[in-house]
Structure formats: structure tokens, C-alpha cells
Design a protein. Structure first.
Length: 367
């Protein structure tokens, strides 16, 4: 038996606007949900101008964004607790509402309060998530919770029953990327994303030194790790800083190759995250949508999405010389790779935000 929802309420611990992939994913999902149902996004800080988000994140549908506090200086357990308390006082949750969150704490508190919710999980290896799941905390996996997992490998950690979870990759909107059969004159590579250890900066530095005739353009917010590595940059690395999402389609169109040079693990703050098993990076879907040549580390996490020499090139992340050889082949034969680039676009069209939203709604409808 299926249930019809009155509205969708997405609860997030985000301070908006911010530069994170989570902010982009949350806003894109809310826009896709709004194509199906009235949708509200509840965040921590109060906001005024929806048009800013619509422009900067290329949102297709209108939805309500509501905040509960002035922007706090930092978000910690106490902030989240006060956020939840005000949330409960401010909203009369209806049993016909679909409640979604990416916050483990908020999901637990909602479950204790008797509010059914969907918890979306992208990684297992954070200290907080480990604590609650490894200790089999009383209220986890309760009748009030169902789960969205970003990778099937995550369930080897969480061990959820089939009826209690759905596995969904992230997505993109290929319509954001107006693709022409362009053949950029310059031989250049582009990377757009974050710069934590393990995201691939080390590999790009190594490759760039072996390919001085190729320019490597990097875009994203700087980090202490990035600043420390800048001393190792060769002259053919160009750092463009952070760019808002709406500029990314045009940026990608100017380059022949998109890079996704993940190491097997990423280190963010005190946590290390397995790229090998758990990631579903937003850049992967944007790169595919762009119709450019994607060169990615060969990792288990996205092997169901990428096929070597069919919609991308997959390369051992531990061998920079293999990357150099593949890149030289690509630049030499770029005009012959039209089929590969068309295949990449076709793959992207299978993983859109609208399709992802529809699958979540259908899963949640099942009692």
C-alpha cells in the first residue's frame, strides 16, 4: 500500500549560503522535490533572498527556505540541540509530511519524538556516525527511520534490512550543460572541487611536472592543505579559486579533459573517508554532463557508473606515469573520442535530480 504525502520537509544543519557540495546537493534535491510536491527546506540561519540561490545553484523549481536563527558562528552538538528544540516548537509535523535530513542527530531526535523520517547517509567514517551505529544506540534503526545510502558498500557497515533502505547515487542536470561538439584549441585539464588530502591534488602536481606543455586549471575553495602544497606547483598549474556553481558549465566547456584523480582515502579534519568504497561525487555527474573527456581514478565506488574507454578513462591512482600516458593519448586523438563523450552524456541522463527525487518519494510511500 502506498501513501500520498502532503508536502516534503527537508531539514538541514546548513548555514546558507556556503560553498560545500552538501549545500549544492541539498538545494538541487529540494528543487527536484518541488517538481513533485510542495517543498520546504529548513536550515539553521534565517534567509531572505531565494532568487540568489535560484541563480547561483541553477535551481529549476521554487520552494520555501526557512531559517530558525541568526547565523551562528559555529555548529556543534549544542547548536544542533537548540535547532531541534526550536524546530519542534515552530512546526506542527503532520503524519502525511515526508521528512528528510542528512543529520544523524536530527534524525535520532525526530525518531525519539515520534516523527517518521528519512536519513540520507553519504559516509560511514565520521566519529559521530561511528559512535551511534557501532554502539547500536537504542533509537537507531527504529520504526520511525528509513535510510538513503549513497553507495551499496555503505550497507556493509550499517547492515540495514532491504525494506528500510534505498541506494541512490548522486546526480546532475544535463540541461545545465549546453554541450556543443566543441573542440577547444588548447590542450588543458580542469579540476573543480575541494582540496583536502586525498582529493587528488598530490597527483595533479606530479602529473603537471611530467607534462609541462599542458595547463592544469584548478577551481575550488582553498584549504590549509592546499596552501601548504602551493610551494610545489609548477608554472602550468593555474588556480582560479572558488567559483559559484552557475559558472561551472561554462568553465568545463573551455577544456578538453576533466580530472577526478582521487586517492584511495580522503582526510577531512580528524576523519578519513574511503574513496575506494563509498563516494558518489557530484563532480562525476557534472563532468559526464559536460560532454568532455573524463579521466578518473579506478575505484570500486563508482565502477557501476564508469566504463573504461566507453564513457571515460579509468587510471590507477597510485601510478602518475599511467595518467601521463593516458592524457597524451587523449590530446593526440581528441577528435576521435566523440563516441566516448556522447556515451558520457548518455550516462549522465540516467542520473538526474528529478529521477532521484522520484525514486525517494516512491520508496518513502511504501509502508
Amino acid at each position: 500500500m502506498k501513501k500520498n504525502f502532503r508536502q516534503i520537509i527537508y531539514i538541514s544543519e546548513l548555514n546558507l549560503p556556503n560553498m560545500s557540495a552538501q549545500a549544492l546537493q541539498t538545494l538541487k534535491m529540494c528543487s527536484a522535490f518541488a517538481n513533485k510536491k510542495n517543498t520546504k527546506l529548513i536550515v539553521i540561519n534565517k534567509l531572505k533572498n531565494f532568487n540568489f540561490f535560484k541563480k547561483n545553484y541553477l535551481l529549476k523549481n521554487n520552494f520555501i527556505i526557512g531559517g530558525l536563527f541568526k547565523k551562528p558562528k559555529k555548529i556543534n552538538f549544542i547548536t544542533r540541540l537548540f535547532f531541534f528544540m526550536k524546530l519542534i516548537r515552530s512546526f506542527n509535523f503532520n503524519k502525511n509530511d515526508l521528512i528528510i535530513t542528512r543529520s544523524v542527530i536530527i534524525s535520532i531526535l525526530l525518531s525519539i519524538y515520534g516523527v517518521k523520517n528519512l536519513l540520507e547517509i553519504h559516509i560511514e567514517n565520521t566519529s559521530f556516525t561511528k559512535f551511534f551505529f557501532k554502539t547500536k544506540f537504542l533509537f537507531l534503526k527504529s520504526k520511525n527511520q528509513k535510510f538513503i545510502l549513497i553507495s551499496k558498500n555503505l550497507n556493509s557497515f550499517f547492515k540495514l534490512s532491504k525494506k528500510d533502505h534505498i541506494i541512490l547515487d548522486d546526480a546532475s542536470d544535463p540541461n545545465d550543460f549546453k554541450v556543443k561538439d566543441s573542440n577547444p584549441k588548447r590542450n588543458s585539464c580542469i579540476y573543480v572541487g575541494s582540496f583536502f588530502k586525498g582529493k587528488g591534488l598530490e597527483l595533479i602536481i606530479d602529473i603537471s611536472k611530467k607534462m609541462p606543455h599542458i595547463k592544469f586549471y584548478l577551481y575550488g575553495k582553498s584549504t590549509p592543505y592546499f596552501e601548504n602544497k602551493k610551494k610545489d606547483f609548477s608554472k602550468n598549474i593555474i588556480f582560479g579559486g572558488y567559483v559559484p556553481y552557475y559558472k561551472i558549465p561554462n568553465l568545463l566547456s573551455k577544456h578538453k579533459v576533466c580530472l577526478m584523480p582521487y586517492a584511495r582515502k580522503t582526510f577531512i579534519n580528524a576523519d578519513n573517508i574511503s574513496n575506494e568504497k563509498y563516494i558518489s561525487p557530484l563532480k562525476l555527474f557534472d563532468y559526464l554532463s559536460s560532454g568532455k573527456v573524463l579521466v578518473a581514478s579506478k575505484l570500486e565506488a563508482y565502477k557501476h557508473l564508469l566504463s573504461d574507454r566507453k564513457n571515460c578513462f579509468l587510471v590507477n591512482p597510485d601510478k602518475s606515469e599511467d595518467w601521463v600516458n593516458i592524457l597524451n593519448q587523449i590530446f593526440k586523438n581528441y577528435k576521435k573520442l566523440k563516441r566516448l563523450r556522447l556515451n558520457a552524456r548518455h550516462t549522465a541522463k540516467l542520473y538526474t535530480w528529478n529521477k532521484r527525487a522520484e525514486k525517494i518519494i516512491n520508496f518513502a510511500k511504501l509502508k
